[in-house]
Design a binder for this molecule. Structure first.
Ligand code: ZN
Length: 131
């Protein structure tokens, strides 16, 4: 199964928790694996109760990774996006019990865009276990 998400800015963290929830059946037990099939976007789990936190993560990565100083920038100017995507990683796995992801109270799933706006593809794979 796959999910296509259209991003709106060069850099943004988009909460996709509800979109993933819609793909889970009531009877599902096991693990859902989410894989971002790109080199300039990533996926992470963190808090969204305070809307400033995703911005802080984005701002932190911008302080950490300079823009326009890398060898790959001569090719397409987006080396910083590749580096940020590698730091964040491109997959997460979440346990599912009786059709619900067992996320912690404050955990949400974010698609991390570093070189948008673009159409991004997330692959969803279920590893099912018996009840
Ligand atoms: Zn590139």
């Amino acid at each position: 199964m796959e999910l296509i998400i259209k991003t709106n800015k060069r850099e943004e963290l988009i909460d996709i928790t509800n979109l993933i929830n819609e793909k889970i059946n009531e009877a599902d037990n096991g693990i859902i694996h989410l894989f971002v099939a790109h080199t300039t976007a990533g996926i992470t789990i963190n808090e969204n109760a305070d809307a400033n936190l995703p911005k802080d993560i984005s701002n932190f990565l911008n302080k950490l990774v300079a823009k326009g100083i890398w060898m790959h920038d001569k090719l397409d100017g987006n080396a910083d996006a590749h580096i940020k995507a590698s730091l964040i990683g491109n997959s997460v796995s979440i346990p599912i019990k009786n059709g619900k992801m067992e996320l912690g109270q404050w955990q949400n799933i974010f698609l991390c865009e570093f070189d948008g706006p673009k159409k991004r593809k997330i692959l969803l794979n279920f590893l099912k276990t018996k009840n």
